[in-house]
Design a protein around this ligand. Structure first.
Ligand code: ZN
Length: 505
């Protein structure tokens, strides 16, 4: 071997060795530091805020907005608010109907504070409503405040995410859905067991899909402009990768659910920014309870027409608690979401222990890597389930992949760091478990492309990138990362871990 090559090989080996040694030492020291501070809430908050979080997979963008932003945007648009119901309306305001300009709240502390409370769960415990009723009542109140502000919503959510070292957001949003349900409500072809294969070519739904994508182009361009993403000093938020789940509002009759579901799959098929679908709105609403099985069958039947998208279904299921609904309703929702609709992730899953086939479902979720999206604060406030009563341990012990998420961080007035902290304080997570949850949020995301890992549980990189590291990357690995969104973000997260842990060396 020529001398030059030998030297180069030695140098490379030395660099890799330093990298590996630093990596291991960094992780060990960080683990030790974490053990020392995990019972100190302020230190833990500081630690977890900068701890790299792979992604968030259960985040409704409308629920992610804080009351203060709803008020600000509504005031800018000269919108009005009813001083009794706190529902925001379009101008003109009419004092006879008890509507006043939202801008007047800035000179009225009492009304301003009541509005903040009405748009969120702040102080709900002092009112007469349950957390459940307060939570679900907020959305109708601020809906019009956010009208025309999707780019501002994106800016607010991504800004907050980047400041918490969060790399990826899979945001749920309903653009185009109202048009789909209004259209289907007037059309006979969606009623009485229609042939879904014909309906997936429905011209009007295609038109709605195209209009939705156009609006999204416009809103995304504005979002990036607002954060100065192409300038030399981009604001926090520009580095966060955003993808969408098309959310079907489930509290509608079956024909309107069908049209929304078809639109959702069309969006995923036609635009890479849409990576999956979800069903949202209260699972305990009378219409959802009545039609739950039919809703799962609609998903299955529509998905058959989009075979390449069948792994892109995440569903809210089991967001229920004994007493809220009948015992019979507690017995099968997660089961049917997995076994009829083919969900690849479950949101909440709180009532798992009340399901008839709980053990089999847990086993299937663990074996087939159907992840559970756990929302601790949301479950506490909406369902009154927390601590030992929460099935977190059941899922964890069964080996079901877990991701932590906020659900509706604005209405709940929390952030993802808060949920990591809550999990650490309640279930005494180890540093390694925290890292696993963070990695899970990319591994079980619906991001396009292959995983960086050939053996995910063993943290083993796939062959193409096995010999690459953050100081030296092979051309093949570089190309692989360019082609595969999932792997690229996973690489980015591993790098972020290395940087984070180097602070504790
Ligand atoms: Zn949710």
């Amino acid at each position: 071997m020529p001398i030059k090559t030998t030297k180069l090989v030695t140098l490379l080996l030395a660099v890799s060795l330093i990298f590996i040694t630093d990596g291991f030492a960094g992780e060990r020291q960080t683990r030790q530091y974490f053990q020392k501070i995990k019972n100190n809430p302020s230190r833990l908050r500081l630690f977890l805020k900068t701890f790299p979080k792979g992604g968030e997979l259960h985040n409704h963008i409308d629920g992610a907005i804080f009351s203060e932003n709803h008020i600000k945007w509504a005031a800018e648009d000269n919108k009005c608010i009813n001083t009794e119901s706190f529902i925001v309306k379009f101008a003109p305001c009419d004092i006879k109907n008890k509507t006043v300009p939202v801008s007047s709240l800035f000179n009225n502390d009492s009304l301003y504070n009541k509005t903040i409370d009405a748009f969120s769960v702040r102080n709900y415990q002092w009112g007469k409503r349950s957390g459940h009723d307060q939570f679900f009542a907020t959305f109708e109140k601020f809906a019009i405040a956010d009208f025309g502000h999707f780019s501002d919503m994106l800016a607010a959510v991504t800004f907050r995410s980047e400041k918490q070292n969060l790399h990826y957001l899979e945001l749920m949003q309903s653009m185009g859905m109202p048009q789909a349900w209004i259209y289907a409500g007037k059309q006979p072809q969606f009623k009485n067991n229609p042939d879904t294969h014909t309906l997936i070519n429905d011209k009007k739904l295609k038109q709605i899909m195209q209009q939705t994508l156009k609006s999204l182009d416009k809103e995304e361009a504005l979002w990036k402009q607002k954060l100065h993403c192409s300038s030399e000093q981009p604001a926090p938020g520009c580095q966060v990768t955003v993808r969408y789940l098309a959310q079907v509002i489930r509290t509608f009759p079956n024909d309107q659910i069908l049209a929304q579901t078809i639109l959702a799959f069309m969006l995923v098929q036609n635009d890479p920014r849409y990576v999956g679908i979800n069903f949202v709105a209260p699972e305990d609403a009378p219409i959802t309870l009545k039609n739950y099985t039919k809703q799962m069958q609609i998903i299955r039947d529509v998905a058959k027409n989009f075979p390449q998208l069948q792994h892109r279904i995440s569903l809210h299921a089991g967001e229920l608690v004994q007493g809220l609904v009948t015992n019979e309703a507690l017995a099968f929702h997660i089961d049917e979401a997995v076994n009829i609709a083919g969900a690849k992730r479950i949101g909440h899953g709180v009532d798992i222990a009340f399901e008839d086939h709980a053990e089999q479902i847990l086993k299937k979720m663990a074996q087939q890597k159907i992840a559970i999206e756990i929302n601790l604060t949301s479950n506490d406030i909406i369902l009154g389930i927390k601590g030992k009563k929460h099935p977190y341990q059941l899922y964890f012990q069964a080996g079901v992949p877990i991701v932590l998420s906020t659900d509706d961080e604005g209405v709940l007035r929390i952030d993802l760091t808060h949920e990591y902290q809550r999990a650490v304080e309640t279930y005494h997570l180890s540093y390694n478990t925290l890292k696993t949850f963070s990695r899970n949020a990319l591994q079980y995301s619906f991001l396009d492309g292959k995983s960086l890992f050939s053996q995910y549980e063993k943290n083993k990189f796939n062959r193409v990138c096995a010999k690459s590291n953050f100081k030296k990357m092979s051309e093949a690995c570089k190309k692989f990362l360019q082609k595969n969104d999932k792997a690229r973000l996973q690489w980015q997260l591993e790098k972020a871990f290395l940087e984070f842990e180097s602070h504790y060396l």
